[in-house]
Design a protein around this ligand. Sequence first.
Ligand SMILES: Cc1cc2nc3c(=O)[nH]c(=O)nc-3n(C[C@H](O)[C@H](O)[C@H](O)COP(=O)(O)O)c2cc1C
Length: 394
Amino acid sequence: MKKEKLKLFTPGSIGPVRLRNRSIRSAAFEGMCPDGIPSESLFNYHRSVAEGGIGMTTVAYVAVSNDGRSFAHQAWMRPEIVPNFKRLTDAVHRGGAKASVQIGHCGNMADSSATGERPLAPTGRVNIYGPTFPRAMNEDDMLRVAADFGRTVELARKSGFDAVEVHAGHGYLISQFLSPYTNRRKDRWGGSLENRARFMRLVLAGVRKAAKKDMAVIVKMNLRDGFRGGMELDEAVEVAGMIEECGADAIVPSGGFVSRAPMYVMRGEWPRRELVRHITSPFMKFGISVFSRFMIQNEPFREGYFLPDALSVRKAVKIPVIYVGGVLSLQKIEEILGMGFDFVAMARALIIEPDFISRLKNGRSLVSRCAECAPCNRCIATMYTGEAECMLGR
Ligand SMILES: Cc1cc2nc3c(=O)[nH]c(=O)nc-3n(C[C@H](O)[C@H](O)[C@H](O)COP(=O)(O)O)c2cc1C
Protein backbone atom coordinates (compact mmCIF):
# COMPACT_ATOMS: atom_id res chain seq x y z
CA MET A 1 0.00 0.00 0.00
CA LYS A 2 1.33 3.44 -0.95
CA LYS A 3 1.46 5.50 2.21
CA GLU A 4 0.67 8.86 0.55
CA LYS A 5 -2.67 7.39 -0.57
CA LEU A 6 -3.58 6.11 2.86
CA LYS A 7 -6.66 7.67 4.44
CA LEU A 8 -5.22 6.81 7.88
CA PHE A 9 -2.62 9.54 7.54
CA THR A 10 -5.03 12.33 6.61
CA PRO A 11 -6.08 14.80 9.34
CA GLY A 12 -9.63 14.83 10.68
CA SER A 13 -11.77 16.75 13.16
CA ILE A 14 -13.97 15.80 16.10
CA GLY A 15 -15.93 18.93 16.95
CA PRO A 16 -13.34 21.62 17.75
CA VAL A 17 -10.43 19.17 17.92
CA ARG A 18 -8.19 18.54 14.91
CA LEU A 19 -6.31 15.23 14.84
CA ARG A 20 -3.18 14.76 12.73
CA ASN A 21 -4.48 11.41 11.50
CA ARG A 22 -7.43 9.02 11.84
CA SER A 23 -6.11 6.87 14.68
CA ILE A 24 -7.25 6.93 18.29
CA ARG A 25 -5.98 4.93 21.22
CA SER A 26 -9.17 3.46 22.64
CA ALA A 27 -9.89 3.75 26.36
CA ALA A 28 -8.39 0.57 27.83
CA PHE A 29 -7.94 0.54 31.57
CA GLU A 30 -4.26 0.82 32.39
CA GLY A 31 -4.49 -0.03 36.10
CA MET A 32 -1.94 2.72 36.70
CA CYS A 33 -3.60 4.86 39.35
CA PRO A 34 -2.62 3.32 42.68
CA ASP A 35 -4.84 4.82 45.42
CA GLY A 36 -6.58 6.75 42.66
CA ILE A 37 -3.50 8.79 41.73
CA PRO A 38 -2.10 8.76 38.16
CA SER A 39 1.33 7.14 38.27
CA GLU A 40 4.58 7.65 36.40
CA SER A 41 3.78 4.52 34.35
CA LEU A 42 0.52 6.09 33.14
CA PHE A 43 2.45 9.19 32.10
CA ASN A 44 5.13 7.16 30.32
CA TYR A 45 2.62 4.93 28.55
CA HIS A 46 0.51 7.75 27.07
CA ARG A 47 3.61 9.75 26.19
CA SER A 48 4.91 6.75 24.25
CA VAL A 49 1.59 6.32 22.42
CA ALA A 50 1.67 10.02 21.44
CA GLU A 51 5.29 9.84 20.34
CA GLY A 52 4.36 6.65 18.52
CA GLY A 53 2.22 8.57 16.03
CA ILE A 54 -1.36 8.33 17.34
CA GLY A 55 -3.90 11.02 16.41
CA MET A 56 -5.45 11.05 19.89
CA THR A 57 -4.85 8.96 22.99
CA THR A 58 -7.58 8.26 25.56
CA VAL A 59 -6.82 7.87 29.24
CA ALA A 60 -9.15 5.08 30.27
CA TYR A 61 -11.90 5.11 32.76
CA VAL A 62 -11.66 7.94 35.27
CA ALA A 63 -14.67 7.83 37.58
CA VAL A 64 -16.70 10.98 38.10
CA SER A 65 -16.93 10.26 41.83
CA ASN A 66 -15.44 7.95 44.43
CA ASP A 67 -18.55 5.72 44.36
CA GLY A 68 -18.14 5.21 40.61
CA ARG A 69 -14.97 3.13 40.96
CA SER A 70 -14.73 -0.60 40.39
CA PHE A 71 -11.09 -0.91 41.52
CA ALA A 72 -9.00 0.65 44.25
CA HIS A 73 -6.33 1.43 41.64
CA GLN A 74 -8.76 3.54 39.59
CA ALA A 75 -8.75 7.34 39.59
CA TRP A 76 -11.74 9.53 40.29
CA MET A 77 -11.58 13.11 39.11
CA ARG A 78 -10.71 15.62 41.78
CA PRO A 79 -8.62 18.80 41.99
CA GLU A 80 -5.64 17.04 43.66
CA ILE A 81 -4.86 14.98 40.55
CA VAL A 82 -5.26 17.76 37.99
CA PRO A 83 -1.48 18.53 38.05
CA ASN A 84 -0.70 14.83 37.34
CA PHE A 85 -3.03 14.84 34.35
CA LYS A 86 -1.73 18.25 33.18
CA ARG A 87 1.78 16.85 33.05
CA LEU A 88 0.45 13.88 31.04
CA THR A 89 -1.53 15.98 28.54
CA ASP A 90 1.43 18.36 28.08
CA ALA A 91 3.62 15.39 27.16
CA VAL A 92 0.95 14.03 24.79
CA HIS A 93 0.69 17.42 23.09
CA ARG A 94 4.47 17.64 22.77
CA GLY A 95 4.29 14.25 21.05
CA GLY A 96 1.96 15.78 18.43
CA ALA A 97 -1.24 14.03 19.59
CA LYS A 98 -4.47 15.11 21.24
CA ALA A 99 -5.59 13.83 24.64
CA SER A 100 -8.99 12.53 25.67
CA VAL A 101 -10.19 11.12 28.97
CA GLN A 102 -12.95 8.58 29.39
CA ILE A 103 -15.29 9.54 32.21
CA GLY A 104 -17.90 7.36 33.79
CA HIS A 105 -19.63 5.84 36.77
CA CYS A 106 -19.70 2.07 37.14
CA GLY A 107 -23.01 1.85 39.06
CA ASN A 108 -23.66 -1.68 40.29
CA MET A 109 -20.05 -2.77 39.64
CA ALA A 110 -18.57 -0.44 42.27
CA ASP A 111 -16.16 -2.10 44.65
CA SER A 112 -17.40 -1.06 48.08
CA SER A 113 -14.18 -2.23 49.73
CA ALA A 114 -12.43 0.50 47.68
CA THR A 115 -15.12 3.18 47.81
CA GLY A 116 -16.49 2.58 51.32
CA GLU A 117 -19.97 3.08 49.90
CA ARG A 118 -22.81 0.87 48.75
CA PRO A 119 -22.97 0.62 44.93
CA LEU A 120 -25.71 2.53 43.14
CA ALA A 121 -27.81 1.17 40.27
CA PRO A 122 -31.04 1.92 38.42
CA THR A 123 -32.64 -1.02 40.26
CA GLY A 124 -31.63 -2.64 43.54
CA ARG A 125 -31.04 -6.11 42.08
CA VAL A 126 -28.07 -8.19 43.10
CA ASN A 127 -25.28 -8.23 40.53
CA ILE A 128 -24.27 -11.88 40.79
CA TYR A 129 -21.12 -11.33 38.79
CA GLY A 130 -19.68 -9.02 41.49
CA PRO A 131 -21.26 -10.07 43.60
CA THR A 132 -22.58 -6.64 44.65
CA PHE A 133 -25.79 -5.56 46.32
CA PRO A 134 -26.60 -2.14 44.93
CA ARG A 135 -29.14 0.38 46.14
CA ALA A 136 -31.72 1.71 43.64
CA MET A 137 -31.00 5.35 42.83
CA ASN A 138 -33.49 8.07 43.65
CA GLU A 139 -33.79 11.31 41.67
CA ASP A 140 -31.41 13.14 44.03
CA ASP A 141 -28.76 10.49 43.33
CA MET A 142 -29.27 10.91 39.59
CA LEU A 143 -28.94 14.69 39.78
CA ARG A 144 -25.83 14.36 41.95
CA VAL A 145 -24.15 11.91 39.56
CA ALA A 146 -25.07 14.05 36.53
CA ALA A 147 -23.55 17.09 38.28
CA ASP A 148 -20.41 15.02 38.97
CA PHE A 149 -20.09 14.38 35.23
CA GLY A 150 -20.23 18.16 34.57
CA ARG A 151 -17.70 18.90 37.33
CA THR A 152 -15.41 16.21 35.90
CA VAL A 153 -15.47 17.86 32.47
CA GLU A 154 -14.40 21.16 34.04
CA LEU A 155 -11.49 19.44 35.78
CA ALA A 156 -10.63 17.64 32.52
CA ARG A 157 -10.34 21.05 30.84
CA LYS A 158 -8.04 22.27 33.64
CA SER A 159 -6.01 19.08 33.11
CA GLY A 160 -5.45 20.00 29.47
CA PHE A 161 -7.62 17.32 27.88
CA ASP A 162 -8.94 18.17 24.43
CA ALA A 163 -11.88 15.79 24.66
CA VAL A 164 -13.96 13.78 27.10
CA GLU A 165 -15.40 10.39 26.26
CA VAL A 166 -18.57 9.62 28.23
CA HIS A 167 -18.83 5.91 28.98
CA ALA A 168 -22.40 4.99 28.10
CA GLY A 169 -21.65 1.37 27.18
CA HIS A 170 -20.25 -1.90 28.53
CA GLY A 171 -22.75 -2.16 31.39
CA TYR A 172 -21.51 0.94 33.24
CA LEU A 173 -24.10 3.13 34.97
CA ILE A 174 -25.55 4.90 31.89
CA SER A 175 -25.65 1.56 30.09
CA GLN A 176 -27.33 -0.01 33.16
CA PHE A 177 -30.08 2.58 32.74
CA LEU A 178 -30.34 1.91 28.99
CA SER A 179 -30.44 -1.87 29.33
CA PRO A 180 -33.78 -3.56 30.00
CA TYR A 181 -31.79 -6.22 31.89
CA THR A 182 -30.56 -3.89 34.63
CA ASN A 183 -33.27 -1.22 34.49
CA ARG A 184 -36.54 -2.59 35.90
CA ARG A 185 -37.81 0.77 37.12
CA LYS A 186 -41.51 1.54 36.89
CA ASP A 187 -41.15 5.34 37.00
CA ARG A 188 -40.16 7.82 34.28
CA TRP A 189 -36.56 6.50 34.35
CA GLY A 190 -37.53 2.97 33.27
CA GLY A 191 -39.77 1.04 30.88
CA SER A 192 -39.79 2.53 27.37
CA LEU A 193 -36.48 3.32 25.64
CA GLU A 194 -37.27 7.03 25.95
CA ASN A 195 -37.52 6.58 29.73
CA ARG A 196 -34.44 4.36 30.00
CA ALA A 197 -32.47 6.97 28.04
CA ARG A 198 -33.59 9.87 30.28
CA PHE A 199 -30.60 9.52 32.61
CA MET A 200 -28.19 9.50 29.65
CA ARG A 201 -29.81 12.68 28.32
CA LEU A 202 -29.53 14.31 31.75
CA VAL A 203 -25.82 13.47 31.92
CA LEU A 204 -25.08 14.51 28.35
CA ALA A 205 -26.84 17.86 28.72
CA GLY A 206 -24.54 18.69 31.66
CA VAL A 207 -21.45 17.36 29.88
CA ARG A 208 -22.17 19.37 26.73
CA LYS A 209 -22.70 22.54 28.76
CA ALA A 210 -19.46 22.07 30.70
CA ALA A 211 -17.46 21.17 27.58
CA LYS A 212 -18.52 24.48 25.99
CA LYS A 213 -17.30 24.98 22.44
CA ASP A 214 -13.62 24.27 22.98
CA MET A 215 -13.74 20.61 24.07
CA ALA A 216 -14.98 17.63 22.09
CA VAL A 217 -17.64 15.36 23.58
CA ILE A 218 -17.42 11.72 22.50
CA VAL A 219 -19.85 9.04 23.66
CA LYS A 220 -19.05 5.31 23.78
CA MET A 221 -22.23 3.24 23.59
CA ASN A 222 -23.39 -0.33 23.10
CA LEU A 223 -24.55 -1.80 19.81
CA ARG A 224 -25.78 -4.81 21.79
CA ASP A 225 -25.32 -5.81 25.40
CA GLY A 226 -24.27 -9.24 24.20
CA PHE A 227 -26.70 -11.56 26.01
CA ARG A 228 -30.39 -12.44 25.85
CA GLY A 229 -32.53 -9.85 27.62
CA GLY A 230 -30.06 -7.02 27.04
CA MET A 231 -30.30 -4.05 24.68
CA GLU A 232 -30.23 -4.98 20.99
CA LEU A 233 -29.24 -3.19 17.78
CA ASP A 234 -32.65 -1.69 16.92
CA GLU A 235 -32.68 0.29 20.17
CA ALA A 236 -28.98 1.07 19.89
CA VAL A 237 -29.57 2.84 16.58
CA GLU A 238 -32.18 5.01 18.32
CA VAL A 239 -29.77 5.68 21.18
CA ALA A 240 -27.15 6.85 18.67
CA GLY A 241 -29.70 9.35 17.30
CA MET A 242 -30.38 10.61 20.83
CA ILE A 243 -26.66 11.03 21.48
CA GLU A 244 -26.41 13.13 18.34
CA GLU A 245 -29.42 15.21 19.46
CA CYS A 246 -27.70 15.83 22.80
CA GLY A 247 -24.89 17.61 20.95
CA ALA A 248 -22.14 14.98 21.04
CA ASP A 249 -19.29 15.48 18.56
CA ALA A 250 -18.67 11.78 17.88
CA ILE A 251 -19.87 8.29 18.76
CA VAL A 252 -17.89 5.13 19.49
CA PRO A 253 -20.20 2.15 18.96
CA SER A 254 -19.06 -0.87 20.97
CA GLY A 255 -20.85 -3.66 22.80
CA GLY A 256 -20.90 -6.04 25.75
CA PHE A 257 -21.52 -5.91 29.49
CA VAL A 258 -18.50 -6.17 31.76
CA SER A 259 -20.54 -7.79 34.54
CA ARG A 260 -22.35 -10.26 32.29
CA ALA A 261 -20.76 -10.65 28.85
CA PRO A 262 -17.23 -9.22 29.13
CA MET A 263 -15.81 -11.13 26.18
CA TYR A 264 -18.46 -9.65 23.90
CA VAL A 265 -16.51 -6.37 24.27
CA MET A 266 -13.13 -7.78 23.28
CA ARG A 267 -13.72 -11.27 21.88
CA GLY A 268 -11.42 -14.23 22.16
CA GLU A 269 -10.78 -16.32 25.22
CA TRP A 270 -11.54 -15.25 28.81
CA PRO A 271 -8.03 -15.30 30.33
CA ARG A 272 -9.07 -17.41 33.32
CA ARG A 273 -5.68 -18.95 34.04
CA GLU A 274 -3.92 -15.60 33.88
CA LEU A 275 -6.51 -14.08 36.19
CA VAL A 276 -6.14 -16.85 38.74
CA ARG A 277 -2.36 -16.40 38.59
CA HIS A 278 -2.52 -12.61 39.14
CA ILE A 279 -5.34 -12.16 41.61
CA THR A 280 -4.24 -12.18 45.23
CA SER A 281 -7.57 -12.43 47.07
CA PRO A 282 -8.17 -16.16 47.85
CA PHE A 283 -11.95 -15.59 47.63
CA MET A 284 -11.71 -14.05 44.13
CA LYS A 285 -9.18 -16.69 43.04
CA PHE A 286 -11.57 -19.47 44.04
CA GLY A 287 -14.60 -17.74 42.44
CA ILE A 288 -12.82 -17.17 39.15
CA SER A 289 -11.25 -20.61 38.93
CA VAL A 290 -14.48 -22.45 39.78
CA PHE A 291 -17.41 -20.34 38.59
CA SER A 292 -16.17 -18.15 35.75
CA ARG A 293 -15.93 -21.09 33.33
CA PHE A 294 -19.73 -21.52 33.64
CA MET A 295 -20.63 -17.85 33.87
CA ILE A 296 -18.40 -16.21 31.28
CA GLN A 297 -18.52 -17.24 27.66
CA ASN A 298 -15.66 -17.05 25.21
CA GLU A 299 -16.60 -15.21 22.01
CA PRO A 300 -14.91 -15.92 18.67
CA PHE A 301 -12.47 -13.21 17.55
CA ARG A 302 -12.60 -11.94 13.99
CA GLU A 303 -10.86 -8.80 12.76
CA GLY A 304 -13.36 -5.91 12.73
CA TYR A 305 -15.95 -7.94 14.66
CA PHE A 306 -18.34 -5.00 15.25
CA LEU A 307 -18.39 -3.90 11.62
CA PRO A 308 -21.81 -5.09 10.47
CA ASP A 309 -23.57 -3.62 13.53
CA ALA A 310 -21.46 -0.47 13.66
CA LEU A 311 -22.42 0.27 10.05
CA SER A 312 -26.06 0.65 11.18
CA VAL A 313 -24.99 3.42 13.53
CA ARG A 314 -22.79 4.95 10.85
CA LYS A 315 -25.83 5.22 8.59
CA ALA A 316 -28.11 6.61 11.33
CA VAL A 317 -26.11 9.70 12.34
CA LYS A 318 -24.25 12.56 10.68
CA ILE A 319 -21.61 13.20 13.35
CA PRO A 320 -18.26 11.38 13.13
CA VAL A 321 -18.30 7.70 14.07
CA ILE A 322 -15.18 6.15 15.55
CA TYR A 323 -14.91 2.43 14.79
CA VAL A 324 -13.53 0.17 17.54
CA GLY A 325 -13.32 -3.61 17.83
CA GLY A 326 -10.61 -5.98 16.67
CA VAL A 327 -8.51 -3.78 14.38
CA LEU A 328 -5.07 -5.28 13.93
CA SER A 329 -3.83 -4.36 10.46
CA LEU A 330 -3.29 -1.48 8.08
CA GLN A 331 -5.48 -3.18 5.53
CA LYS A 332 -8.42 -3.34 7.97
CA ILE A 333 -7.94 0.29 9.00
CA GLU A 334 -8.14 1.42 5.37
CA GLU A 335 -11.14 -0.83 4.70
CA ILE A 336 -13.00 0.66 7.69
CA LEU A 337 -12.19 4.25 6.76
CA GLY A 338 -13.31 3.42 3.23
CA MET A 339 -16.71 2.36 4.60
CA GLY A 340 -17.40 5.85 5.92
CA PHE A 341 -16.12 5.63 9.47
CA ASP A 342 -14.21 8.79 10.33
CA PHE A 343 -11.65 7.39 12.77
CA VAL A 344 -10.40 4.00 13.93
CA ALA A 345 -9.76 3.33 17.60
CA MET A 346 -7.57 0.50 18.83
CA ALA A 347 -6.78 -0.84 22.28
CA ARG A 348 -4.83 -4.11 22.18
CA ALA A 349 -2.70 -3.21 19.15
CA LEU A 350 -1.49 -0.15 21.08
CA ILE A 351 -1.09 -1.97 24.36
CA ILE A 352 1.44 -4.34 22.91
CA GLU A 353 3.04 -1.75 20.57
CA PRO A 354 2.48 1.87 21.65
CA ASP A 355 4.24 2.95 18.43
CA PHE A 356 2.03 0.83 16.16
CA ILE A 357 0.94 3.87 14.09
CA SER A 358 4.54 4.98 13.42
CA ARG A 359 5.39 1.41 12.48
CA LEU A 360 2.58 1.44 9.92
CA LYS A 361 3.71 4.83 8.64
CA ASN A 362 7.32 3.94 8.12
CA GLY A 363 6.54 0.48 6.77
CA ARG A 364 8.07 -1.47 9.68
CA SER A 365 4.74 -3.32 10.17
CA LEU A 366 1.52 -4.06 8.38
CA VAL A 367 -0.05 -6.18 11.10
CA SER A 368 -0.10 -5.83 14.90
CA ARG A 369 1.96 -8.24 16.99
CA CYS A 370 -1.29 -8.84 18.82
CA ALA A 371 -2.50 -10.85 15.83
CA GLU A 372 0.21 -13.45 16.51
CA CYS A 373 -1.68 -14.70 19.58
CA ALA A 374 -5.14 -14.10 18.21
CA PRO A 375 -5.22 -12.14 20.74
CA CYS A 376 -4.19 -13.73 24.06
CA ASN A 377 -6.06 -11.22 26.24
CA ARG A 378 -3.42 -11.40 28.94
CA CYS A 379 -3.72 -7.62 29.18
CA ILE A 380 -7.28 -8.08 30.47
CA ALA A 381 -6.06 -10.22 33.34
CA THR A 382 -3.23 -7.96 34.40
CA MET A 383 -5.38 -4.82 34.56
CA TYR A 384 -7.35 -6.42 37.41
CA THR A 385 -4.35 -6.46 39.62
CA GLY A 386 -2.71 -3.14 38.94
CA GLU A 387 -0.37 -2.04 36.21
CA ALA A 388 -1.05 -3.86 32.95
CA GLU A 389 2.13 -5.75 32.21
CA CYS A 390 1.94 -5.57 28.41
CA MET A 391 1.78 -1.78 28.55
CA LEU A 392 5.00 -1.80 30.53
CA GLY A 393 6.64 -3.80 27.77
CA ARG A 394 6.83 -7.04 29.75
C1 LIG B 1 -6.97 -4.39 28.99
C2 LIG B 1 -8.20 -3.73 28.45
C3 LIG B 1 -8.86 -2.78 29.22
C4 LIG B 1 -10.02 -2.15 28.74
N1 LIG B 1 -10.60 -1.16 29.48
C5 LIG B 1 -11.61 -0.43 28.94
C6 LIG B 1 -12.11 0.72 29.61
O1 LIG B 1 -11.65 1.11 30.68
N2 LIG B 1 -13.13 1.40 29.01
C7 LIG B 1 -13.65 1.03 27.79
O2 LIG B 1 -14.56 1.68 27.29
N3 LIG B 1 -13.18 -0.05 27.15
C8 LIG B 1 -12.17 -0.76 27.67
N4 LIG B 1 -11.62 -1.79 26.96
C9 LIG B 1 -12.17 -2.10 25.63
C10 LIG B 1 -11.38 -1.38 24.54
O3 LIG B 1 -11.45 0.02 24.64
C11 LIG B 1 -11.89 -1.76 23.15
O4 LIG B 1 -13.23 -1.32 23.04
C12 LIG B 1 -11.80 -3.27 22.90
O5 LIG B 1 -10.63 -3.82 23.46
C13 LIG B 1 -11.81 -3.58 21.41
O6 LIG B 1 -10.72 -2.94 20.79
P1 LIG B 1 -9.37 -3.75 20.35
O7 LIG B 1 -9.82 -4.95 19.58
O8 LIG B 1 -8.62 -2.75 19.52
O9 LIG B 1 -8.65 -4.15 21.58
C14 LIG B 1 -10.50 -2.47 27.44
C15 LIG B 1 -9.83 -3.42 26.67
C16 LIG B 1 -8.69 -4.04 27.15
C17 LIG B 1 -8.00 -5.04 26.29
